[in-house]
Design a protein around this ligand. Sequence first.
Ligand code: FEO
Length: 396
Amino acid sequence: MNSREIRPGVFSVGAIDRDRRIFDELIPLPEGTSYNSYLVRGSTGTALIDTVDPTKESELFAHLDELKVDRIDYLISNHSEQDHSGVIPRILSRYPSARVITTPRGKELLRPLLHIPDEKITTVQDRETLSLGDRTLEFIHAPWVHWPETMLTYLREERILFTCDLFGSHYAYAPGEPTIGDLGRVYWAAKRYYAEIMMPFRGLIKGHLEKIKPLPIDIIAPSHGPVYRKPEQILSAYRDWVSDSVKNEVVIPYVSMHHSTAAMVSHLERALTDRGIVAIPFNLTVTDIGELAMALVDAATVILGTPTVLTGPHPAAVYATYLVKLLKPKARACGVIGSYGWGGKTVKEIAGILQGLPVEFLDPVLVKGLPGPEDLNALDLLADKIAEKHRSYGIL
Ligand code: FEO
Protein backbone atom coordinates (compact mmCIF):
# COMPACT_ATOMS: atom_id res chain seq x y z
CA MET A 1 0.00 0.00 0.00
CA ASN A 2 1.33 3.44 -0.94
CA SER A 3 2.01 5.56 2.14
CA ARG A 4 -0.37 8.17 0.73
CA GLU A 5 -3.19 5.64 0.42
CA ILE A 6 -5.65 6.18 3.25
CA ARG A 7 -8.04 3.50 1.89
CA PRO A 8 -7.66 1.37 -1.25
CA GLY A 9 -7.73 3.78 -4.18
CA VAL A 10 -8.06 6.87 -1.99
CA PHE A 11 -4.88 8.91 -1.67
CA SER A 12 -3.81 11.96 0.30
CA VAL A 13 -1.90 14.03 -2.28
CA GLY A 14 -1.72 17.46 -0.63
CA ALA A 15 1.18 19.34 0.92
CA ILE A 16 2.55 20.01 4.37
CA ASP A 17 3.54 23.59 5.18
CA ARG A 18 5.73 23.21 8.22
CA ASP A 19 7.21 26.72 8.12
CA ARG A 20 4.10 28.85 7.68
CA ARG A 21 3.51 30.92 10.79
CA ILE A 22 0.49 33.08 9.94
CA PHE A 23 -2.73 32.53 8.01
CA ASP A 24 -4.97 35.21 6.49
CA GLU A 25 -2.35 37.62 7.94
CA LEU A 26 -4.23 37.15 11.19
CA ILE A 27 -4.09 33.65 12.62
CA PRO A 28 -0.87 32.40 14.24
CA LEU A 29 0.24 28.92 13.14
CA PRO A 30 2.60 27.71 15.88
CA GLU A 31 2.56 24.19 14.44
CA GLY A 32 2.48 25.02 10.74
CA THR A 33 -0.33 23.58 8.66
CA SER A 34 -1.16 21.32 5.74
CA TYR A 35 -3.36 21.68 2.68
CA ASN A 36 -4.86 18.27 2.09
CA SER A 37 -6.02 17.20 -1.31
CA TYR A 38 -7.45 13.74 -1.97
CA LEU A 39 -7.48 11.59 -5.06
CA VAL A 40 -10.31 9.06 -5.42
CA ARG A 41 -10.00 6.43 -8.12
CA GLY A 42 -13.19 4.76 -9.31
CA SER A 43 -13.73 2.16 -12.04
CA THR A 44 -14.99 4.75 -14.52
CA GLY A 45 -13.73 8.06 -13.20
CA THR A 46 -11.13 9.81 -11.06
CA ALA A 47 -11.85 12.71 -8.75
CA LEU A 48 -9.54 15.13 -7.01
CA ILE A 49 -11.07 16.63 -3.86
CA ASP A 50 -9.77 20.17 -3.24
CA THR A 51 -6.29 21.34 -4.21
CA VAL A 52 -3.59 23.12 -2.18
CA ASP A 53 -2.34 26.60 -1.48
CA PRO A 54 -0.72 28.01 -4.65
CA THR A 55 2.66 28.16 -2.85
CA LYS A 56 2.60 24.34 -2.69
CA GLU A 57 1.47 23.62 -6.24
CA SER A 58 4.64 21.73 -7.15
CA GLU A 59 4.13 19.27 -4.28
CA LEU A 60 0.60 18.47 -5.40
CA PHE A 61 1.80 17.83 -8.95
CA ALA A 62 4.73 15.73 -7.70
CA HIS A 63 2.31 13.53 -5.74
CA LEU A 64 0.01 13.16 -8.74
CA ASP A 65 3.03 12.23 -10.87
CA GLU A 66 4.16 9.71 -8.27
CA LEU A 67 0.75 8.02 -8.64
CA LYS A 68 0.96 8.29 -12.45
CA VAL A 69 -2.30 10.23 -12.65
CA ASP A 70 -2.86 10.93 -16.35
CA ARG A 71 -6.53 11.90 -16.14
CA ILE A 72 -8.75 13.73 -13.67
CA ASP A 73 -12.44 13.75 -14.51
CA TYR A 74 -13.81 15.74 -11.60
CA LEU A 75 -12.24 18.39 -9.44
CA ILE A 76 -14.38 18.66 -6.32
CA SER A 77 -14.21 22.11 -4.76
CA ASN A 78 -15.63 21.85 -1.26
CA HIS A 79 -14.54 25.40 -0.44
CA SER A 80 -13.46 28.33 -2.62
CA GLU A 81 -10.83 29.86 -0.32
CA GLN A 82 -7.52 29.94 -2.14
CA ASP A 83 -5.64 27.62 0.21
CA HIS A 84 -7.86 24.88 -1.29
CA SER A 85 -8.91 26.26 -4.64
CA GLY A 86 -5.78 28.15 -5.65
CA VAL A 87 -4.37 25.42 -7.89
CA ILE A 88 -7.66 24.66 -9.71
CA PRO A 89 -6.66 26.72 -12.79
CA ARG A 90 -3.36 24.83 -13.10
CA ILE A 91 -5.10 21.47 -12.68
CA LEU A 92 -7.56 22.44 -15.41
CA SER A 93 -4.78 23.33 -17.80
CA ARG A 94 -2.90 20.10 -17.11
CA TYR A 95 -6.01 17.89 -17.10
CA PRO A 96 -8.22 19.69 -19.65
CA SER A 97 -11.07 17.16 -19.47
CA ALA A 98 -11.58 17.82 -15.75
CA ARG A 99 -14.78 19.55 -14.63
CA VAL A 100 -15.02 21.54 -11.43
CA ILE A 101 -17.83 20.36 -9.15
CA THR A 102 -19.06 22.83 -6.56
CA THR A 103 -22.16 24.40 -5.02
CA PRO A 104 -24.00 27.20 -6.88
CA ARG A 105 -22.49 29.69 -4.40
CA GLY A 106 -19.09 28.09 -4.94
CA LYS A 107 -19.38 28.86 -8.65
CA GLU A 108 -20.21 32.47 -7.83
CA LEU A 109 -16.97 32.70 -5.83
CA LEU A 110 -14.62 30.69 -8.05
CA ARG A 111 -15.41 32.90 -11.01
CA PRO A 112 -14.15 36.20 -9.55
CA LEU A 113 -11.46 34.70 -7.32
CA LEU A 114 -9.73 32.52 -9.89
CA HIS A 115 -11.28 33.51 -13.22
CA ILE A 116 -12.45 29.97 -13.89
CA PRO A 117 -14.75 29.99 -16.92
CA ASP A 118 -18.38 29.07 -16.26
CA GLU A 119 -18.31 26.26 -18.81
CA LYS A 120 -15.72 24.38 -16.72
CA ILE A 121 -17.95 24.36 -13.63
CA THR A 122 -20.84 22.02 -12.81
CA THR A 123 -22.91 22.90 -9.77
CA VAL A 124 -24.44 20.29 -7.49
CA GLN A 125 -27.44 20.47 -5.22
CA ASP A 126 -27.56 19.26 -1.66
CA ARG A 127 -27.41 15.43 -1.49
CA GLU A 128 -26.74 15.11 -5.22
CA THR A 129 -24.50 12.18 -6.13
CA LEU A 130 -21.78 11.56 -8.69
CA SER A 131 -20.81 8.07 -9.82
CA LEU A 132 -17.18 7.12 -10.37
CA GLY A 133 -18.31 3.62 -11.45
CA ASP A 134 -17.78 1.43 -8.42
CA ARG A 135 -17.69 4.49 -6.14
CA THR A 136 -20.19 7.21 -5.34
CA LEU A 137 -19.61 10.72 -4.13
CA GLU A 138 -22.46 12.42 -2.30
CA PHE A 139 -22.37 16.20 -1.85
CA ILE A 140 -23.72 17.66 1.36
CA HIS A 141 -24.23 21.39 1.44
CA ALA A 142 -22.86 22.80 4.69
CA PRO A 143 -22.76 26.59 4.40
CA TRP A 144 -20.47 28.69 6.57
CA VAL A 145 -17.73 26.23 7.37
CA HIS A 146 -16.04 28.57 6.70
CA TRP A 147 -17.55 30.62 3.86
CA PRO A 148 -21.14 30.63 2.59
CA GLU A 149 -20.49 28.21 -0.28
CA THR A 150 -18.95 25.29 1.63
CA MET A 151 -19.97 21.67 1.19
CA LEU A 152 -18.83 18.26 2.42
CA THR A 153 -18.21 15.27 0.16
CA TYR A 154 -19.05 11.75 1.30
CA LEU A 155 -17.52 8.70 -0.34
CA ARG A 156 -20.22 6.16 0.36
CA GLU A 157 -18.45 2.87 -0.29
CA GLU A 158 -15.44 3.77 1.88
CA ARG A 159 -17.46 5.73 4.46
CA ILE A 160 -15.09 8.70 4.22
CA LEU A 161 -16.34 12.23 4.85
CA PHE A 162 -14.19 14.92 3.22
CA THR A 163 -14.88 18.09 5.21
CA CYS A 164 -12.35 20.69 4.02
CA ASP A 165 -12.05 23.32 6.79
CA LEU A 166 -14.62 21.70 9.10
CA PHE A 167 -12.87 19.53 11.74
CA GLY A 168 -9.50 20.75 10.43
CA SER A 169 -6.40 21.62 12.40
CA HIS A 170 -3.43 23.79 11.57
CA TYR A 171 -1.01 20.99 12.37
CA ALA A 172 1.89 19.90 10.18
CA TYR A 173 1.85 16.13 10.61
CA ALA A 174 4.79 13.91 9.77
CA PRO A 175 5.23 13.15 6.05
CA GLY A 176 3.93 9.70 5.21
CA GLU A 177 1.74 9.70 8.35
CA PRO A 178 -1.26 11.74 7.33
CA THR A 179 -3.69 9.89 9.61
CA ILE A 180 -4.16 9.58 13.35
CA GLY A 181 -5.98 7.03 15.47
CA ASP A 182 -6.21 9.12 18.62
CA LEU A 183 -6.60 12.85 18.94
CA GLY A 184 -3.69 13.42 21.36
CA ARG A 185 -1.97 16.72 20.58
CA VAL A 186 -4.21 17.21 17.58
CA TYR A 187 -7.07 17.88 20.03
CA TRP A 188 -5.51 21.23 20.93
CA ALA A 189 -4.70 22.13 17.33
CA ALA A 190 -8.28 21.25 16.34
CA LYS A 191 -9.69 23.27 19.24
CA ARG A 192 -7.53 26.25 18.28
CA TYR A 193 -8.74 25.88 14.69
CA TYR A 194 -12.36 25.68 15.82
CA ALA A 195 -11.89 28.79 17.99
CA GLU A 196 -10.26 30.85 15.26
CA ILE A 197 -12.28 29.76 12.23
CA MET A 198 -15.46 27.94 13.18
CA MET A 199 -16.69 29.48 16.44
CA PRO A 200 -18.63 32.33 14.78
CA PHE A 201 -20.74 29.68 13.03
CA ARG A 202 -21.44 27.60 16.14
CA GLY A 203 -25.21 27.58 15.61
CA LEU A 204 -24.96 26.43 12.00
CA ILE A 205 -22.40 23.76 12.85
CA LYS A 206 -24.84 22.27 15.35
CA GLY A 207 -27.21 21.78 12.42
CA HIS A 208 -24.47 20.29 10.24
CA LEU A 209 -23.59 17.79 12.98
CA GLU A 210 -27.22 16.69 13.06
CA LYS A 211 -27.29 16.44 9.27
CA ILE A 212 -24.31 14.07 9.11
CA LYS A 213 -25.37 12.04 12.15
CA PRO A 214 -27.11 9.29 10.11
CA LEU A 215 -24.03 8.75 7.91
CA PRO A 216 -21.84 5.78 8.75
CA ILE A 217 -18.36 7.37 8.92
CA ASP A 218 -15.11 5.42 9.24
CA ILE A 219 -12.79 8.32 8.39
CA ILE A 220 -13.08 12.10 8.54
CA ALA A 221 -10.66 13.65 6.06
CA PRO A 222 -10.34 17.42 6.52
CA SER A 223 -8.20 19.64 4.33
CA HIS A 224 -5.97 20.89 7.16
CA GLY A 225 -4.17 18.56 9.56
CA PRO A 226 -4.33 14.79 9.95
CA VAL A 227 -7.13 12.49 8.89
CA TYR A 228 -9.19 11.09 11.77
CA ARG A 229 -9.46 7.30 11.89
CA LYS A 230 -11.59 7.46 15.04
CA PRO A 231 -14.08 10.10 13.89
CA GLU A 232 -16.20 9.90 17.03
CA GLN A 233 -13.40 11.66 18.95
CA ILE A 234 -13.45 14.84 16.86
CA LEU A 235 -17.24 14.69 16.47
CA SER A 236 -17.65 14.52 20.23
CA ALA A 237 -15.17 17.39 20.75
CA TYR A 238 -17.18 19.50 18.30
CA ARG A 239 -20.46 18.61 20.00
CA ASP A 240 -18.96 19.94 23.23
CA TRP A 241 -17.54 23.12 21.67
CA VAL A 242 -20.72 24.09 19.83
CA SER A 243 -23.01 23.28 22.75
CA ASP A 244 -24.54 26.05 24.84
CA SER A 245 -22.87 24.81 28.02
CA VAL A 246 -20.27 27.14 29.51
CA LYS A 247 -17.46 26.44 31.97
CA ASN A 248 -16.74 28.08 35.29
CA GLU A 249 -14.06 30.28 33.72
CA VAL A 250 -13.45 34.01 33.35
CA VAL A 251 -11.22 35.16 30.50
CA ILE A 252 -9.51 38.49 31.18
CA PRO A 253 -7.77 40.00 28.15
CA TYR A 254 -5.98 43.12 29.38
CA VAL A 255 -3.34 45.72 28.67
CA SER A 256 -1.72 48.04 31.18
CA MET A 257 0.47 51.10 30.65
CA HIS A 258 1.60 52.04 34.18
CA HIS A 259 0.63 48.90 36.12
CA SER A 260 -2.66 50.24 37.52
CA THR A 261 -4.87 48.09 35.27
CA ALA A 262 -2.46 45.16 35.78
CA ALA A 263 -2.86 45.57 39.58
CA MET A 264 -6.64 45.46 39.15
CA VAL A 265 -6.42 42.32 37.01
CA SER A 266 -4.20 40.62 39.60
CA HIS A 267 -6.62 41.48 42.37
CA LEU A 268 -9.64 40.28 40.39
CA GLU A 269 -7.81 37.08 39.45
CA ARG A 270 -7.16 36.35 43.16
CA ALA A 271 -10.71 37.28 44.16
CA LEU A 272 -12.18 34.96 41.53
CA THR A 273 -9.85 32.12 42.49
CA ASP A 274 -10.87 32.57 46.16
CA ARG A 275 -14.47 32.10 45.06
CA GLY A 276 -13.73 28.87 43.21
CA ILE A 277 -13.72 30.37 39.71
CA VAL A 278 -10.97 29.76 37.15
CA ALA A 279 -9.52 33.12 36.04
CA ILE A 280 -7.50 33.20 32.81
CA PRO A 281 -5.74 36.55 32.24
CA PHE A 282 -4.11 37.34 28.89
CA ASN A 283 -1.64 40.22 28.73
CA LEU A 284 -2.45 41.47 25.24
CA THR A 285 1.06 42.80 24.62
CA VAL A 286 2.44 39.23 24.57
CA THR A 287 -0.65 37.11 23.84
CA ASP A 288 -0.93 34.65 20.95
CA ILE A 289 -4.49 35.47 19.88
CA GLY A 290 -5.09 31.81 19.06
CA GLU A 291 -4.64 31.00 22.77
CA LEU A 292 -7.09 33.76 23.65
CA ALA A 293 -9.59 32.44 21.09
CA MET A 294 -9.28 28.93 22.52
CA ALA A 295 -10.02 30.20 26.03
CA LEU A 296 -13.12 31.94 24.68
CA VAL A 297 -14.57 28.62 23.48
CA ASP A 298 -15.75 27.60 26.95
CA ALA A 299 -15.64 30.62 29.29
CA ALA A 300 -18.86 31.82 30.92
CA THR A 301 -17.58 35.37 31.43
CA VAL A 302 -15.20 37.80 29.72
CA ILE A 303 -13.78 40.83 31.54
CA LEU A 304 -11.73 43.28 29.47
CA GLY A 305 -9.01 45.21 31.27
CA THR A 306 -7.88 48.49 29.72
CA PRO A 307 -6.43 51.83 30.64
CA THR A 308 -7.97 54.91 29.07
CA VAL A 309 -5.70 56.35 26.39
CA LEU A 310 -6.61 59.98 25.77
CA THR A 311 -10.40 59.52 25.68
CA GLY A 312 -10.97 55.84 24.99
CA PRO A 313 -9.77 52.25 25.45
CA HIS A 314 -6.20 51.27 24.64
CA PRO A 315 -5.95 50.19 20.96
CA ALA A 316 -4.80 46.70 22.04
CA ALA A 317 -8.00 46.35 24.08
CA VAL A 318 -10.05 47.60 21.13
CA TYR A 319 -8.45 44.88 18.99
CA ALA A 320 -9.27 42.19 21.59
CA THR A 321 -12.82 43.48 21.96
CA TYR A 322 -13.31 43.44 18.22
CA LEU A 323 -11.95 39.89 18.11
CA VAL A 324 -14.49 38.84 20.74
CA LYS A 325 -17.24 40.44 18.68
CA LEU A 326 -16.08 38.62 15.52
CA LEU A 327 -15.63 35.23 17.14
CA LYS A 328 -19.05 35.32 18.89
CA PRO A 329 -18.12 33.13 21.86
CA LYS A 330 -20.86 31.64 24.00
CA ALA A 331 -19.93 33.71 27.09
CA ARG A 332 -23.02 34.92 28.91
CA ALA A 333 -21.60 37.90 30.81
CA CYS A 334 -18.94 40.49 30.17
CA GLY A 335 -17.51 43.56 31.81
CA VAL A 336 -14.78 46.18 31.78
CA ILE A 337 -12.21 47.12 34.39
CA GLY A 338 -9.37 49.61 34.12
CA SER A 339 -7.68 52.78 35.15
CA TYR A 340 -7.96 56.31 33.76
CA GLY A 341 -6.36 59.72 34.36
CA TRP A 342 -8.93 62.36 33.50
CA GLY A 343 -12.12 60.71 32.20
CA GLY A 344 -13.09 59.44 28.77
CA LYS A 345 -15.56 57.10 27.10
CA THR A 346 -13.82 53.75 27.53
CA VAL A 347 -16.85 51.75 28.68
CA LYS A 348 -19.15 53.30 26.11
CA GLU A 349 -16.74 52.53 23.28
CA ILE A 350 -16.20 48.92 24.34
CA ALA A 351 -19.94 48.40 24.77
CA GLY A 352 -20.42 49.92 21.32
CA ILE A 353 -18.08 47.36 19.74
CA LEU A 354 -19.79 44.47 21.51
CA GLN A 355 -23.27 45.66 20.62
CA GLY A 356 -25.34 42.81 19.24
CA LEU A 357 -23.61 40.05 21.21
CA PRO A 358 -26.13 38.28 23.45
CA VAL A 359 -24.22 38.96 26.69
CA GLU A 360 -25.16 40.61 29.94
CA PHE A 361 -23.01 43.65 30.78
CA LEU A 362 -21.81 43.70 34.37
CA ASP A 363 -21.18 47.03 36.08
CA PRO A 364 -17.71 48.29 35.12
CA VAL A 365 -15.00 49.07 37.65
CA LEU A 366 -13.02 52.11 36.50
CA VAL A 367 -10.43 53.64 38.78
CA LYS A 368 -8.72 57.03 38.70
CA GLY A 369 -5.02 56.24 38.82
CA LEU A 370 -3.63 53.46 41.01
CA PRO A 371 -6.36 51.36 42.68
CA GLY A 372 -6.85 52.05 46.41
CA PRO A 373 -8.69 50.01 49.06
CA GLU A 374 -12.14 51.13 47.94
CA ASP A 375 -11.34 50.23 44.34
CA LEU A 376 -10.10 46.80 45.37
CA ASN A 377 -13.32 46.37 47.31
CA ALA A 378 -15.26 47.20 44.13
CA LEU A 379 -13.34 44.41 42.36
CA ASP A 380 -14.28 42.02 45.20
CA LEU A 381 -17.92 42.98 44.62
CA LEU A 382 -17.48 42.32 40.90
CA ALA A 383 -16.07 38.87 41.76
CA ASP A 384 -19.11 38.30 44.00
CA LYS A 385 -21.40 39.26 41.13
CA ILE A 386 -19.59 36.90 38.73
CA ALA A 387 -19.84 34.08 41.29
CA GLU A 388 -23.57 34.77 41.63
CA LYS A 389 -23.95 34.61 37.84
CA HIS A 390 -21.94 31.39 37.56
CA ARG A 391 -24.10 29.83 40.30
CA SER A 392 -27.19 30.83 38.34
CA TYR A 393 -25.72 29.10 35.25
CA GLY A 394 -25.29 25.95 37.34
CA ILE A 395 -21.50 25.86 36.94
CA LEU A 396 -20.41 26.91 40.47
FE1 FEO B 1 -8.65 26.42 4.73
FE2 FEO B 1 -11.29 28.61 4.67
O1 FEO B 1 -9.73 27.78 4.05
